[in-house]
Design a protein around this ligand. Structure first.
Ligand code: KIV
Ligand code: ZN
Length: 498
């Protein structure tokens, strides 16, 4: 009989904090419902006091989701806790996640305080939250670099104050797996009353050890793991949900089980990547494009003779179906609707008709339509409302020719044209757009990624543009990568030109 490990998903809070990954409330509800279908136990839906948008999202997610506990983050501040409790009003099961930094770095430099004072504030915030909700999780921020004996004092005190879960975050991703294991074991052995609360891991991936640390945490006594889809999160990200779920599933001898329906993993991974404009690295474990691609002759031969010679997971277990119907120009609405449903997107008839129209146009230019294309088409109407739109663009370039681009922009209904030359066709197009917009902006990051293999594939462009000291993110996908680059640039500009 396996022991249950609870999955606490923070894609919509820690994951969504990543610059450029912000979702609107409707998109958050879409992800929350997909997380519910995936089988997570807790959804951290946001940090309600941080903005009216975050507050609204927590409220809407609490209304839309039935089974998972809905959790809201706060600082150890009464106002934060009040606002979180208000946002959780509609949750069938609500949890407040409150806490404070406990490492000497946080105590001295962030709070200009003392260990004694921080201990009191920790107890006070749990006591205060406990008056508003039954389920209170406490986080000891930077627990990874907190001295174990002091951490044990804090954990013991907050459990006495009523914390139901205690989170031990390795906020900076500094811990080695052995050290993180020793920390959890130390708490299990030295904290009186430790069994009255669930101990939770929350690991960041700055040194690439988030998954290893989380597994070590569970092996040492933690029974909740805090994770994100595709491992997204600030800096190098958080522990990835799919890795943890598949480790416990593949290594049954460890004796741990989660409630994750692994066949939903591929769909939610594509959905989160597409909505958050965050590409998944091709060699990412479990969900990367190459995770199950055997390219060397020796491997292919081995897999054909017996799949298990080189594959530890059957791709179908994570929802990758080789026999899935390929979408082409001849596919009907029903096939498109079915594929979108598998990817967690259910559209009303009117929206489906519009997506199907765009699908047929794309299928004329591209032989096989993949999941990313379909998700991109389903989310395309996000750009329809933009103030600045690209009406047309013509580019000439070639060997021995100076690249020149002419563009026409529609700005709030008025048309503007310009032409420019550059050191390449993208540079020429960007210069032409800049000559119409007249703002000082610089491209800080520019990533073009093809998803499939063929030369007819869509190019996806992610761009970070700096304007007035702030970073803005643009995204576009097109079979013409110069058009995609210009559209991504315009998408970013639309975020600051009101
Ligand atoms: O990394 C961290 O310490 C956190 C806490 C706010 C839980 O995200
Ligand atoms: Zn975190």
């Amino acid at each position: 009989m396996s022991e249950r490990v609870f999955i606490f998903d923070t894609t919509l809070r820690d994951g969504e904090q990543v610059p450029g990954c912000q979702l609107n409330s409707i998109e958050k509800i879409q992800v929350a419902k997909a997380l519910e279908e995936l089988g997570v136990d807790v959804i951290e839906a946001g940090f309600p006091v941080s903005s009216p948008g975050d507050f609204k999202s927590v409220v809407e997610i609490a209304k839309a989701v039935t089974w998972p506990t809905i959790c809201a983050l706060t600082r150890a501040v009464e106002k934060d806790i009040d606002v979180a409790a208000e946002a959780l009003k509609y949750a069938k099961r609500g949890r407040i996640h409150t806490g404070i930094g406990t490492s000497d770095y946080h105590i001295r430099y962030k709070f200009n305080s003392t260990r004694e004072e921080i201990l009191q504030r920790a107890v006070a915030c749990v006591t205060y939250a406990k008056r508003l909700v039954e389920d209170v999780e406490f986080y000891a921020e930077d627990a990874g670099r907190t001295e174990n004996s002091y951490l044990a004092q804090v954990v013991e005190a907050v459990i006495k104050a009523g914390a139901t879960v205690v989170n031990i975050p390795d906020t900076t991703g500094y811990c080695l797996p052995g050290d993180y294991a020793a920390k959890i074991r130390y708490l299990m052995e030295h904290v009186e009353g430790i069994h009255k609360a669930v101990i939770s891991t929350h690991c960041h991936n700055d040194l690439g050890m988030a998954t290893a640390n989380t597994i070590q945490g569970v092996m040492s006594g933690a029974r909740q793991v805090e994770v994100t889809v595709n491992g997204i999160g600030e800096r190098a990200g958080n522990t990835s949900l799919e890795e943890i779920a598949m480790i416990f599933k593949s290594h049954r001898e460890m004796g741990f089980a989660t409630n994750i329906n692994s066949q939903k993993i591929h769909g939610i991974s594509r959905m989160v990547s597409s909505l958050m404009n965050m590409p998944v690295q091709p060699n990412k474990a479990i969900v990367g494009r190459n995770a199950f691609a055997h390219s060397s002759g020796i491997h292919q031969d081995g897999v054909l003779k017996n799949r298990e010679s080189y594959e530890i997971i059957d791709p179908r277990e994570v929802g990758i179906d080789d026999n899935a119907i390929v979408l082409t120009a001849r596919s009907g609405r029903a096939a498109l609707k079915h594929r979108l449903h598998l990817l967690g997107v259910d559209l009303e008839q009117e929206k489906l008709d519009k997506v199907y129209e765009d699908f047929l146009k794309l299928a004329d230019r591209k032989k096989d339509i993949n999941d990313d294309d379909v998700l991109m088409l389903a989310g395309k109407d996000r750009t329809a409302m933009q103030r600045i739109k690209l009406c047309y663009m013509q580019v000439t370039s070639g060997i021995g020719l100076k690249p020149v681009a002419s563009v026409c922009l529609d700005i709030a209904g008025e048309k503007f044209e310009a032409a420019a030359s550059g050191n390449g066709p993208v540079d020429a197009a960007i210069k032409a757009i800049k000559s119409i917009i007249h703002r000082t902006m610089t491209i800080q990051e520019f990533l073009i990624q093809a998803i499939d293999k063929g030369s007819d594939d869509m190019g996806k462009v992610h761009m970070q543009v700096e304007y007035d000291g702030n970073a803005y993110y643009g995204f576009a996908a097109n079979t013409d990568i110069i058009a995609a680059s210009a559209e991504a640039f315009i998408d970013a500009i639309n975020k600051f030109v009101k």
